[in-house]
Design a binder for this molecule. Structure first.
Ligand code: UDP
Ligand code: MG
Length: 334
């Protein structure tokens, strides 16, 4: 049997949660018919909701023993919710999806199709439109992805989402990244593994409201930049160098001008040159400090140095697994 864990972070989702449960059980029921080897667990993370989300989760857990939930002591944010879900999931495959049906459960069979034979380690959706979103918001989002991909080595695909069907191996790699400030879009991409994108049109929420304000998203995007790029720290070095170059040019100009025409205001040209030169040097030195700081910053994240996807050991184990299962069909002795 293969267990699929469906991790769902929820924050004030009382309106959509029952709808989500109906929808997801319908889809997983059909999947279990197509692939009899599949079992499911639903792991809801109640991220400090202030509405009836928790009582609804309790009643779902009473009704259905596949339902598990973790309820936070306060609102920690979706990133923490996803981490808790991944950490506590028991499945061989792990799905992360929103509770608001903006990540249509109907994609799950297709996603499993990509992942089941080991061709891909992750299947995910990519919005090709931002229908239903304000123009300003999509403009900023586009700019964010552009800037981010310029200054960071980690590629972040425009329109990529946190709706993912992943193998245990990839999830373990994600969990190895124990950094506190989590930016999942970057983390999913940083760990590597082969990812299959499924393109689709944006779906609007059937009920409830988005808990992301424009300001919240803006702060989150800054977090993304800071977590996956140290370019902002290098900017002061660059400004310092530019300032020093200007100072040198000014100095040369001043010397020539003074020699040729004499000084108009005594001491003024030299003062300006000194200001430019010193502030340039200062910025430059701050930049150097920044470079060291950025190294320390990356070290303190304790990211894994590498992530191996396959070794001979793993290969043999998998081969033995397949060999055992194929002839008997089911194996209950273990
Ligand atoms: N969410 C969460 N904690 C938060 C905010 C959101 O767990 O602090 C969950 C929310 O319940 C939903 C998902 O994250 O399942 C996406 O949130 P939302 O729909 O508000 O964001 P949007 O789709 O507008 O980006
Ligand atoms: Mg949403």
């Amino acid at each position: 049997m293969k267990l699929v864990s469906i991790v769902v972070p929820c924050y004030n989702e009382q309106e959509v949660l029952p709808m989500f449960y109906d929808e997801i059980t319908k889809v997983t029921g059909e999947m279990a018919k197509t692939w009899p080897e599949l079992e499911f667990e639903y792991l809801f993370i109640n991220d400090g909701s202030k509405d009836n989300t928790l009582p609804i989760l309790r009643s779902l857990a009473d009704r259905d023993k596949r339902v598990r939930y973790i309820s936070f002591s306060r609102n920690f944010g979706k990133e923490s919710g996803m981490y808790a879900g991944l950490k506590n999931s028991r499945g061989d495959y792990i799905v992360v999806m929103d509770a608001d049906l903006q990540h249509p459960p109907a994609f799950l069979p297709q996603m499993y199709g990509y992942v089941k034979d080991g061709e891909y380690d992750c299947a995910t959706t990519r919005r090709v439109s931002r229908k239903g979103e304000s123009k300003v918001r999509s403009w900023f989002a586009r700019k964010f992805y552009k800037i981010m991909n310029k200054i960071s080595q980690t590629e972040i695909v425009d329109g990529a989402q946190d709706f993912r069907f992943m193998t245990r191996q990839m999830v373990d790699a994600i969990l190895d990244m124990s950094e506190y400030n989590r930016f999942s879009k970057g983390i999913f991409s940083w760990v590597g593994f082969s990812t299959r994108y499924i393109e689709y049109e944006n779906v609007e929420r059937p009920a409830g409201t988005s808990s992301w304000s424009f300001w919240g998203l803006f702060k989150y995007s800054l977090e993304g930049i800071m977590a996956f790029s140290t370019a902002p720290l290098a900017i002061s070095s660059l400004l310092g160098i530019i300032s020093c170059v200007i100072a040198f040019i000014l100095m040369i100009v001043t010397v020539i001008k003074t020699l040729a025409f004499g000084e108009d205001v005594a001491g003024y040209p030299t003062t300006i040159c000194v200001i430019f030169l010193l502030s340039g040097l200062q910025l430059f030195c701050t930049g150097i400090l920044g470079q060291y700081l950025s190294k320390t910053y990356l070290e303190t994240k304790h990211r894994p140095i590498y992530i191996a996807k396959e070794t001979d050991e793993l290969y043999r184990e998998r081969k033995a697994d397949k060999g055992q299962k194929a002839p008997s069909g089911e194996d209950k002795s273990a």
